[in-house]
Design a protein around this ligand. Structure first.
Ligand code: 5AD
Ligand code: SF4
Length: 464
C-alpha cells in the first residue's frame, strides 16, 4: 500500500496552481464566460463543480449556453461506446462554432481523455482543441489554461500515473442544499467489462478527518443532504468497517440526509448493513448494482459474488431496514449470455423488486478482458432482451410507487416542477420523486408531504 503522502498532491504543488489562478485573473482584461458540458456519472458532475470553482476564482463567469461562451470545456465519459461517441460528436460540433468565433477556447477533459492513445488522437486529429487533460491531472487545469490564455500555446497533457488526492480546491456547487463529497477515487475490482479502473486508476481514499471537515462546513452552511461519492465507496480505506466508521462520524453532524454511491455487493459488510438500522441520517436507500442474475455470467464478469450471495445481502439489509429502497445497474447481452441466463436476470429482479434499475446493453471497451470474449448474440436479440427487462422493471417500479399512497413522507424540495409552475418536486428519503402544489421558496427545505397518487415512476402529494 502506498504511503499517504504519495497519494496526496503536496501543498507546494497546490500553491503553484493557485499562483496560476491569480496570474490568469490578473491577465484577463475582458469578460470571459465559460460553459462546462458534463457527460457521465456523479463523479464527473462533481469534477465539473471543481472545475467551475477554479474558473470562478480566475474571474470567469458561467455562460447560459455553449454559443455564448468564450471557453467551452467537455468533461467526458467513456463507460460505454455511445458515451464516447457523444463526447467526440460534441467536440466536432464545436469546430463549426470556432469557425464563427476564432477566439473560442475549446477544452476536453475527463475519462475519455484518459483512454490509451486519446491524447495523441486529439493532438493530431482535432487541431481546434486548445486544451486537453485527463482525470489524473485535472487539478493542473490552472497551469494548462495559463499556457493557452497567456502564452497562446496549445496545452494537451495527459498523465498516466494515478492522480493524487487534492484538498482545498474551490467548488462551485450546483445548489446550496444538496452536496456531493468525494470520499475515494479509482477502482481495483477489474470487472471484465469495465474501463473505469483503466481511466480512473487504483483506489485511493481521502483522509477521514478531511471528509468530516468538509461535511461540517456544509452542515454549517445549511446543506440538507450529502451524497458521498466513489467508484466503490464500501472499500473506502480498504475495508468495510472503515466506511461504516465514516458514516457513524457523519451521523453526528447536523445534516438530515446522507446518501452514498456506488457500492459493490461483495464489499457490503455487516457493519455497513447495521448502519441502515442504527443511523438517524442515513437515507433508507441503496444503489447496489447486480449487473446480472446468473452465476456463470457473474463469474465471467469477475464480480466475485453469486446470485445467492447477492440475495443474502439484500435479505440482511431488509432485515434491519424493511423499508429500504434498492436500485441497480444491469448489463444485458454480455458476451455469450444465453437466453436462459438472461432469464435468470429477469427472475432476480422479481425476487429483489428494485425501486428502479438502470439497464445497459453490453458495450465492448478497449483494453478490457470481456472485449476479447466471443460474442455471437445479434444486436436485435440484445435489444429484445433489454426491452423485456425494462418493461418488467417498469411494472415493479409502478407497483412500488402505488404502495406509497397514503404515507406521509419528508420530502427535500429540489425544483419547480417542469410540467406545472404551481408545483414543486423533491425526493423522499427512499428516493421517490414527489410533485405537489407549493411555492418556489420551499426549494431546499424538507417538508412533510402526504402521498395521494402514483404515476409510472413518480408520486403526487399534498404538503401538510
Ligand atoms: N457495457 C455496458 N454497461 C457497462 N457498464 C459499465 N461498463 C459497461 C459496459 N462495458 C455499466 C455497469 C455500471 C454502470 C455505471 O455502467 O452497469 O454499473
Ligand atoms: Fe467498473 Fe466494477 Fe469498478 Fe464498478 S466495481 S467501476 S463496474 S470495475
Amino acid at each position: 500500500m502506498k504511503d499517504r503522502k504519495d497519494i496526496v498532491v503536496s501543498d507546494e504543488e497546490m500553491a503553484v496552481q493557485k499562483g496560476y489562478i491569480s496570474a490568469i485573473r490578473d491577465a484577463l482584461n475582458r469578460e470571459m464566460r465559460y460553459c462546462i458540458v458534463t457527460l457521465g456519472c456523479q463523479m464527473n458532475a462533481h469534477d465539473s463543480e471543481t472545475i467551475a470553482g477554479m474558473l470562478d476564482q480566475m474571474g470567469m463567469t458561467p455562460a447560459e449556453s455553449r454559443e455564448q461562451a468564450d471557453l467551452v470545456l467537455y468533461n467526458t465519459c467513456c463507460v460505454r461506446e455511445n458515451a464516447e461517441n457523444k463526447a467526440l460528436g460534441n467536440v466536432i460540433w464545436l469546430k463549426e462554432l470556432k469557425a464563427l468565433k476564432p477566439d473560442l477556447i475549446i477544452g476536453v477533459g475527463g475519462c475519455m481523455m484518459q483512454e490509451e492513445g486519446m491524447g495523441e488522437k486529439v493532438r493530431k486529429m482535432y487541431p481546434f482543441v486548445d486544451l486537453a487533460f485527463g482525470t489524473h491531472n485535472m487539478y493542473r487545469l490552472p497551469e494548462l489554461l495559463y499556457r493557452v490564455i497567456c502564452e497562446k500555446q496549445r496545452a494537451i497533457e495527459i498523465t498516466r500515473e494515478d492522480g493524487g488526492i487534492c484538498e482545498g480546491l474551490p467548488v462551485h456547487r450546483r445548489n446550496n442544499f444538496s452536496a456531493y463529497i468525494n470520499i475515494m477515487y479509482g477502482c481495483n475490482n477489474y470487472c471484465s467489462y469495465c474501463i473505469v479502473p483503466y481511466v480512473r486508476g487504483r483506489e485511493r481514499s481521502r483522509d477521514m478527518d478531511k471528509i468530516v471537515e468538509e461535511a461540517k462546513a456544509l452542515a454549517d452552511s445549511g446543506v440538507q443532504e450529502i451524497m458521498l461519492l466513489g467508484q466503490n465507496v464500501n472499500s473506502y480505506m480498504g475495508g468495510g468497517a472503515h466506511f461504516a466508521e465514516l458514516l457513524y462520524r457523519l451521523d453526528q453532524l447536523d445534516i438530515p440526509r446522507v446518501r452514498f454511491m456506488t457500492s459493490h455487493p461483495k464489499d457490503i459488510s455487516d457493519e455497513l448493513i447495521a448502519c441502515f438500522g442504527e443511523l438517524h441520517h442515513l437515507c433508507k436507500q441503496l444503489h447496489l448494482p447486480v449487473q446480472a442474475g446468473n452465476d456463470r455470467i457473474l463469474s465471467q464478469m469477475n464480480r466475485r459474488y453469486t446470485r445467492e450471495q447477492y440475495l443474502d445481502k439484500v435479505r440482511a439489509l431488509r432485515a434491519v431496514c424493511p423499508e429500504i429502497g434498492l436500485t441497480s445497474d444491469i448489463i444485458v447481452g454480455f458476451p455469450g449470455e444465453t437466453l436462459e441466463e438472461f432469464e435468470d436476470t429477469v427472475s432476480l429482479i422479481d425476487e429483489v423488486r428494485y425501486d428502479a434499475a438502470y439497464t445497459f446493453i453490453y458495450s465492448p471497451r478497449p483494453g478490457t478482458r470481456a472485449a476479447n470474449m466471443p460474442d455471437d448474440t445479434p444486436m436485435e436479440e440484445k435489444s429484445r432482451r433489454i426491452q423485456r427487462l425494462i418493461e418488467h422493471q417498469q411494472r415493479i417500479t409502478t407497483e412500488l410507487c402505488t404502495r406509497q399512497i397514503g404515507r406521509i413522507e419528508p420530502v427535500l424540495v429540489e425544483e419547480v416542477s417542469a410540467r406545472d409552475a404551481q408545483c414543486v418536486g423533491g425526493k423522499t428519503e427512499r428516493g421517490h420523486m414527489v410533485n405537489f402544489a407549493g411555492e418556489p421558496s420551499l426549494i431546499g427545505r424538507i417538508v412533510p408531504v402526504k402521498i395521494t397518487s402514483a404515476g409510472k415512476n413518480t408520486l403526487r402529494g399534498e404538503m401538510l
